[in-house]
Design a protein around this ligand. Structure first.
Ligand SMILES: [Zn+2]
Ligand SMILES: [Zn+2]
Length: 411
């Protein structure tokens, strides 16, 4: 039995900057190479040359540093076509934000362009061979285009990236894959999700309550997947909705990949039923509407700050967060202190602040159930700030590892 040597370059003990280096059957692989989009951004350790890079999905905490691997075009990156196209949008945006904020830029526009020459794209259920290792691609149920990677060589491995087992409006949940060594994310370790239908109903009820008292609702949402999920949830609500920010562009990309979306017809109908904001004039009109869905999800930039600046003192209005709030971001400041940083000026917020957790990750019990059904001998927990919560119950079924970033271990 060949030994597998691994080392996390980032993201082992937190939700951000995920990067896992693995030596398997004489090959060097890198699984994801992300950054943490906090202020300032956080980066993983530098990556040595590898034979193959696996990119699970487009979210920056998994894809953000991929262009830094492409200073020459000889690197090979395996992912889906949709992930490649969305990542490209996010990489360009990362450079733009770093320039605007005055932070060091981690790669050039030339590096971003070179990624296109490094890609090898696959669909779930396809296979790929590298010497004696067969690679199988599976949907991870997290966002459109997201993958889990199964490697069958002298050992049988599964790398989950971010995973969800529950169906959302946008994508169907994933299924466990039998494996010997499971690398599993733990974003929601120690936390359970409310039932989806109850959550959606409470969300719509809250919006109705705000509108009926004469307020507006701002929905800051990640451009990738969360904006589209909210469009689908709001589709039949009848609210007057305005859609602003990068989510519009991402939605149009999704239309090109109907196979990656649970119901492309519903997404088209939802998109057609909202008002799109394209200009300053449009932003003024949006403020006369009822609901404004806009980026950025963590409120560190984008049109959301324009709307918040207009409505922050209006106690009848509300801002409803729906995503995971990374530390050192504006939305975390809002949730914890009811304040927002408006481009360097921190101001109190008097409108209502609510949080509905429309997570695209498996919850605590779902992760344990998923792991059990994979029947692994060894489990490596990653991408979680609470790995112990999962490690304890999983010790009954497998050897559990929680390595630190930079710490080499053999499996
Ligand atoms: Zn993700
Ligand atoms: Zn993630």
């Amino acid at each position: 039995m060949e030994e597998i040597n691994i080392r996390f370059l980032g993201g082992s003990d937190r939700v951000g900057s995920l990067a896992l280096l693995a030596e398997i059957d004489n090959h060097k692989f890198l699984f994801d190479y992300g950054l943490t989009p906090s202020k300032p951004p956080e980066y993983p350790l530098p990556a040595p040359p590898v034979d193959l890079v696996f990119l699970s999905h487009a979210h920056l905490d998994h894809s953000g540093m991929i262009p830094a691997l492409c200073d020459n075009a000889s690197q090979t990156i395996v992912t889906t076509e949709l992930t490649a196209e969305i990542s490209d949008i996010l990489h360009k945006d990362t450079v733009k934000i770093a320039k605007a904020d005055g932070y060091a830029i981690p790669y050039s526009l030339g590096d971003i362009r070179r990624v296109q020459h490094c890609l090898k794209t696959f669909r779930p259920s396809q296979r790929y061979e590298i010497d004696d290792i067969e690679i199988r691609f599976h949907s991870s149920g997290h966002i459109p285009g997201s993958l889990m990677f199964e490697l069958q060589g002298s050992r049988n491995i599964l790398f989950t990236g971010d995973l969800n087992v529950t169906d959302t409006r946008l994508v169907k949940g994933c299924k466990p894959i039998p494996c010997e060594i499971l690398f599993m994310e733990g974003t929601y370790a120690g936390r359970e999700h409310q039932k989806r239908e109850e959550l959606e109903k409470a969300f719509i009820d809250k919006i109705e309550e705000v509108i009926s008292r004469g307020g507006k609702v701002i929905l800051p949402a990640f451009a990738v997947a969360r904006s589209q999920e909210l469009l689908l949830i709001l589709r039949k609500s009848g609210f007057n909705i305005w859609f602003d920010g990068m989510g519009k562009k991402v939605t149009k990309v999704y239309f090109k990949y109907p196979r990656c979306i649970r119901s492309i017809e519903n997404l088209k109908k939802a998109f057609d039923s909202v008002n799109l904001v394209h200009s300053d004039h449009g932003r003024k009109l949006a403020l006369n509407g009822e609901v404004i869905l806009t980026s950025s999800g963590m409120m560190d930039g984008g049109p959301v700050l324009y709307y918040m600046n207009k409505l922050k003192n209006d106690i009848k209005s509300a801002v409803i967060l729906t995503g995971y709030q990374i530390e050192n971001t504006n939305s975390r400041l809002l949730i914890e202190e009811k304040k927002l940083d408006f481009y360097g000026v921190i101001e109190p917020v008097y409108c209502e602040v609510e949080y509905f957790d429309f997570s695209a990750h498996a919850g605590h019990s779902e992760l344990i159930d998923f792991a059990k059904k994979c029947h692994p001998e060894k489990i490596v927990l990653m991408h979680s700030d609470n790995r112990q919560a999962l490690a304890e119950p999983l010790k009954d079924i497998a050897d559990v590892y929680t390595p630190n970033n930079g710490e080499p271990i053999s499996l």
